[in-house]
Design a protein around this ligand. Structure first.
Ligand SMILES: [Zn+2]
Length: 319
């Protein structure tokens, strides 16, 4: 290869794999330390859309993705739950889990659910595809509970409602999961059909979680929340109309006082307290950050990111 071509390749590679300088999120957009002492509901973020919400008596896990296989494994290899990474994450920050609500059956949401359920004894709630993936990962009996649009599930003082909302666009690996799904599996084997968002309602706090960044007007009608945790994965290339609609449907019309973006991190990196954002070639997170920042200012909504692996108390007295 001539030297000039080699240099171009190096430059292009450097651009594609460089990380946005403004991320991890700027200090003034991170949840403040003092929030940790507030009375309220504790929330722990594990990257992607994996979130533990707890009142210390009952703990609700959203998704439960801890293996986070690398890009090269995703492209060239078959993948299986990484038991060491799952064990480490649970031991650190999710010792008790009563139920796992899974948004859809792509690997970055569902691949670890069977192992987590086996380790914690948690129920698994999701689509039939999620149930099949959970059973494929576990040698034990799993208590799988299928759900539907606007179905309610009661756990302790929590009432969780599942809402069918569209998956982010464009997307790959859509359709019916092969009934013979087993591990190890290619990333393309994790086919997704239906996708859910969740309203986690507790007398102390209401949290709306939108794990896939898309909306359909009316899908969340009548929902009121204190906090909206919304995915921003892959939305940096969307037009202004998309952000306006997403903000209206998932934040403004829901009455949220605080928005916490999720699924902004590079989910091929192991969990750490300083997760990198998705690389430029996949998503330009600072562009999405800038747009949401503007809406939050206009509508007087607090806008914060959670530090991964840190239990934070959220309260209705949100600043
Ligand atoms: Zn997906």
């Amino acid at each position: 290869m001539p030297p000039i071509s080699f240099a171009l390749v190096v430059l292009a590679g450097g651009f594609l794999f460089s990380y946005p300088k403004e991320f991890p999120p700027p200090e003034d957009y991170r949840v403040d330390e003092e929030w940790e002492g507030e009375p309220g509901i504790s929330v722990t973020y594990f990257g992607a859309s994996t979130i533990l919400i707890s009142d210390e008596k009952t703990s609700i896990l959203i998704d439960g993705f801890f293996s986070r296989p690398s890009w090269s494994r995703l492209v060239f290899r078959r993948i299986s739950p990484d038991v060491d990474r799952i064990t480490e994450a649970l031991a650190c920050c999710a010792k008790d889990v009563d139920v796992i609500f899974v948004s859809h059956s792509h690997h970055d949401h569902a691949m670890d659910v069977g192992v987590v359920a086996e380790r914690t004894g948690a129920d698994v709630v999701g689509s039939a595809s999620v149930g099949a993936i959970a059973r494929a990962a576990s040698g034990a009996q799993i208590n799988f509970i299928p759900t539907n649009d606007r179905q309610e599930h009661k756990y302790g003082e929590f009432l969780i409602t599942t809402f069918e909302t569209p998956h982010s666009e464009p997307t790959s690996y859509v359709g019916n999961l092969n009934p013979a799904f087993s591990y190890p599996a290619r990333v393309s084997d994790f086919r997704a059909d239906v996708n859910y968002s969740f309203l986690v309602h507790h007398p102390l706090l209401r949290v709306l979680v939108v794990p896939s960044a898309n909306f359909q007007f009316g899908a969340l009608r009548d929902v009121e929340t204190d906090v909206s945790m919304i995915s921003i994965g892959g939305v940096s290339t969307k037009e202004a109309d998309f952000f306006e609609g997403y903000w209206r449907e998932a934040v403004k019309e829901r009455g949220a006082k605080l928005i916490i973006p999720i699924h902004w991190d590079d989910f091929s990196e192991p969990i750490s307290s300083e997760l990198p954002a998705l690389p430029h070639f996949a998503d330009y997170v600072p562009a999405s950050h800038g747009r949401l920042k503007k809406f939050a200012l206009i509508d007087g909504v607090s806008y914060k990111y959670l530090r991964p692996l840190r239990k934070v108390k959220l309260t209705r007295r949100i600043k």
